[in-house]
Design a binder for this molecule. Structure first.
Ligand code: UT7
Length: 330
């Protein structure tokens, strides 16, 4: 979509990161791996892991509370809870409904959006439509995942990659120049089998067999996913920039989905950006799936690095395959 006058803005952000830190040294004791392999292949040094009694809606509600507090708003001031996640508390009800219960809001619509690691950007695009059409005034958009609970901790090809976390945005119509300038999104369902959680749905309903065959854990053909991620993230970022009528040289910060430092670097190179314009936190949090972009944006703002008017490009890729990008003026 090419930009028009009206825009939505991120009024505030919030995050929640579980306390427990799992380092590469810890992983060396769990599976046959090394700090050297994990660091050179992924850039990850450590990640956060949710406590046994923490569920996805706990992380999401905590991030939401911070975002509401920072905006000076109460739960009743929002009129939609939209949760992007791939690791819901339950298949149903939605995690958004569990978050609503935990926030104690008035009655309002609440639903989940599932788009792999791209969920936060899909959620941003959906929220824009709802806000600018007048359906909602203010949306609480949460990106949250607890992948540690759907990871096979005996599979070294996946267990070193993921981390848990949550980020939240309060979205509303912008009353100035700041806001979402453009976006681009897509999906290619024919490649879905390269990254999936096969068991527990209608394809492989939960049974002793599915448990024995470990079908309730993330399956990923990593090197295949890698190639598509590099291609789609680069292309998507460029397309969103084009739709905003901006040049690569006008980008102040690129916030790519944080799956692997090599994918992040390749996307930065595609946009011809120096390293200090490419936001990286995969080293300290691993791949938090839907939460990587909102946490990175929150921390960038917290560090005082964002000036009003700066141009931020966000871009993600994930299961589906799905991809999306957004250009945002701070
Ligand atoms: O967030 C959604 C999207 N997800 C992604 O974007 C992830 C994309 N993929 C990746 O980031 C990378 O493909 C990985 C980090 C998952 C893997 O890196 P790679 O460079 O593609 O390695 P590979 O899968 O080709 O494996 C290379 C070797 C293999 O050994 P052989 O067959 O060459 O002997 C693996 O068995 O590395 C081995 N290996 C490991 N060695 C030590 C795989 N995992 C590990 C490990 N420790 N944890």
């Amino acid at each position: 979509m090419v930009r028009k006058e009206r825009k939505i803005k991120i009024r505030s952000t919030g995050i929640y990161l579980p306390e427990k830190v799992l380092t590469n040294a810890d992983l060396e004791k769990m599976v046959e791996t090394s700090d050297e392999w994990i660091t050179t292949r992924t850039g990850i040094k450590e990640r956060r892991i949710a406590a046994e009694n923490e569920v996805t809606s706990d992380l999401g509600a905590a991030a939401a509370k911070m975002a509401l507090e920072r905006a000076g708003l109460k739960p009743e001031d929002i009129d939609l809870i939209l949760v992007a996640t791939n690791s819901p508390d339950t298949i149903f009800p939605s995690t958004a409904c569990w978050v609503q219960k935990k926030l104690g809001t008035k009655e309002m619509p609440a639903f989940d959006l599932q788009a792999g690691c791209t969920g936060l950007l899909y959620g941003l695009i959906v929220s824009e439509g709802l806000i600018l059409s007048g359906t909602c005034r203010r949306v609480l958009l949460i990106g949250v995942d607890i992948l540690s609970k759907i990871t096979n901790w005996e599979d070294r090809t996946t267990c070193v990659l993921f981390g848990d976390g949550a980020g939240a945005f309060i979205l509303e119509e912008s009353d100035d120049d700041s806001g979402l300038l453009s976006h681009f999104w897509g999906a290619e369902g024919s490649l879905g089998e390269l990254l999936m959680l096969p068991g527990g749905g209608t394809l492989f309903p939960a049974s002793e067999k599915t448990v024995k065959e470990k079908l309730h854990y993330i399956y990923m053909k990593g090197n295949e996913v890698f190639k598509h991620a590099v291609k789609r993230m680069g292309e998507s970022a460029l397309e969103a920039l084009k739709r905003a009528g901006l040049e690569k040289s006008q980008v102040d910060y690129l916030i790519p989905h944080q799956a692997n430092l090599r994918i992040i670097d390749a996307t930065g190179e595609r946009l011809e950006l120096p390293k200090d314009k490419v936001v990286v936190n995969v080293n300290k949090y691993g791949n938090m799936s839907v939460a990587t972009i909102p946490v990175a944006l929150h921390e960038l703002a917290e560090e005082g690095k964002l000036q009003k008017g700066q141009i931020i490009v966000m871009v993600a890729f994930g299961a589906g395959f799905t991809w999306a990008s957004a250009v945002y003026r701070w």
